[in-house]
Design a protein around this ligand. Structure first.
Ligand code: C2O
Ligand code: CU
Ligand code: CU
Length: 490
């Protein structure tokens, strides 16, 4: 994989040297009173010089097993996202996408984060269960030149694919557009899938970049700005791990395990490989109870999937992973080319003779049942254009007050004529039904699409981690416009 790397070495090294001298202080911790979470740990000494530019993984410098200490810097850089055109980007550790954070269940993690950007930012660990102080929500900005240590323990049973991205008030769209996003992979000690399956991580994103390399970020006063405001910003450049239509190798007969992250601001992917099915084995919060065979995969913004792809082609042949048309739009702002399939990557069969893979296990892992009869509250969440429950986000308002330990049912209605993907921070939940149709099997989710005029119900247990947690539409422009609320768990 050829990823996009920075030549900003000097800056990072200078910063690192400065920090050998001055130990950064974290931004103000906002530990809620009566929290059952421990107070933020003492600052851990993680040298910024441990950052390896261009390393596809964050480097763990902890000495004890079970501990993960990594350094992460967000800084400006100049990169070629499109061949031959240089862009001024925002990058984590000098690359777009940022380096992957690889963890194991039970790990005690500290990320030393430094903001070298000219504006406030945060690092949000999308989908992870962690203390509120480490959620990186808009309530916890890291100012330019400041540092914060994010600390958490990786919970048992959370093995899966997650991602991290900025979440500053009003500026999430522009910061992710400029290059700030990366994956988190959590591994289980008892992963049921054969280790012989080649694993691939595919981070999907899209962008609009002008001929001079500038990101086409619009003002709401322009026509394109109004379209972006409504649809969420989409671009015609489709990237997989920062590459346009990359080639992946597969051997005839082999099974590959793909982890896919939709890191796009608003594009929904409907993935298919012609003439071939997928075995869908997992979603946001990890593996299902058993594999499910499907022809295509719909992945809304911020969702993740795990699928098994079998190399059914002949040695030397090729296949294409496409995204098929999906109509999430209002008719007035639907893009003219919305009904065109797009190529995402080429699958190239090696010349090696076909192999027989290790069989796919019939069962993967048990997923606990959350009993709706135990729910102590049912919440109505109404998503309309730019608003939730008729209100615009207010950092000083609590929209939903929930009790620590309570099980609740949330009923999310989309009352308008375009899709809105709903996301809740900090807690994995289970979908009960969609428009009254029971979900066919249990899975852990943190994000789901709510199609036009539809209703989705989920059940959640606020088992741990008191604090003010965000819930919002994950079309980033909508989130920035205030399609977000706060559930305070006390
Ligand atoms: Cu992907 Cu509020 O987050
Ligand atoms: Cu999140
Ligand atoms: Cu929305």
């Amino acid at each position: 994989m050829r990823s996009r790397r920075a030549a900003l070495t000097l800056l990072v090294v200078a910063v690192a040297v400065a920090f050998w001298i001055v130990v950064g202080r974290p931004s103000v911790p906002s530990s809620p009173e009566g929290s059952s979470d421990p107070a933020p740990a003492e600052l851990v000494d993680i040298p910024l010089t441990s950052i390896v530019l261009g390393d596809p993984f964050m480097r763990n410098v902890a000495e004890q097993p079970g501990m993960v200490h990594v350094a992460l810097v967000a800084a400006t850089a100049r990169l070629q996202l499109v061949d031959g055109v240089t862009s001024d980007v925002y990058a984590y550790n000098g690359q777009v996408p940022g380096p992957t954070l690889e963890l194991r269940e039970g790990d005690r993690v500290t990320v030393r984060f430094r903001n070298e950007l000219p504006e406030p930012t945060t690092v949000h660990w999308h989908g992870l269960s962690l203390p509120i102080d480490s959620d990186g929500s808009p309530l916890d900005p890291v100012l330019p030149g400041e540092e914060k240590q994010y600390t958490f323990t990786v919970s048992a049973g959370s093995a899966g694919t997650y991602w991290y991205h900025p979440h500053p008030h009003h500026e999430t769209t522009s910061q992710i557009t400029r290059g700030l996003y990366g994956a988190v992979v959590i591994r289980a000690p008892d992963d049921p899938l054969p280790a012989s399956y080649t694993e691939r991580l595919l981070v999907l994103s899209d962008n609009r970049i002008l001929a001079d390399g500038t990101f086409d970020l619009t003002e709401p006063t322009t026509l394109q700005g109004q379209i972006d405001h409504q649809n969420g910003r989409e671009g015609g450049l489709l990237f997989v791990n920062g590459e346009i239509v990359p080639t992946l190798d597969i051997r005839s007969g082999e099974i590959q395990r793909w982890r896919i992250v939709n890191a796009s601001a608003s594009r929904v992917y409907r993935l298919a490989i012609e003439g071939q099915t997928f075995l869908h084995v997992g979603s946001d919060g990890g593996l299902f109870e058993r594999p499910v065979e499907i022809d295509e995969l719909l992945i809304a913004n911020a969702e993740r999937v795990e699928v098994l792809v079998t190399g059914t082609g002949a040695p030397g042949s090729t296949a294409v992973l496409e995204t098929l048309p999906y109509d999430r739009y209002m008719p007035q702002t639907r893009p003219a080319d919305w009904d065109q399939p797009r190529e995402l990557l080429t699958l190239r069969y090696t010349d090696a003779p076909p192999v027989t893979p290790d069989p796919v296990p019939e069962t993967l892992r048990p997923i606990p049942y959350l009993d709706p009869a135990q729910a102590s509250a049912t919440r109505e969440i109404v998503m309309a254009q730019g608003m939730i429950n008729n209100r615009i986000f207010d950092m000083d308002r609590v929209d939903v007050a929930a009790l620590l330990g309570a099980t609740e049912i949330w009923e999310v209605h989309n009352v308008v004529g375009m899709d809105h993907p709903f996301h809740l921070h900090g807690f994995q939940f289970q979908i009960l039904d969609r428009n009254g149709v029971p979900e066919p099997f249990r899975s852990w989710k943190d994000t789901f699409n709510v199609p036009k005029h539809e209703t989705v119900r989920f059940i959640v247990r606020f088992a741990d981690h008191p604090g003010k947690w965000m819930f919002h539409c994950h079309i980033l422009d909508h989130e920035d416009q205030g399609m977000m609320g706060i559930v305070e768990v006390t």
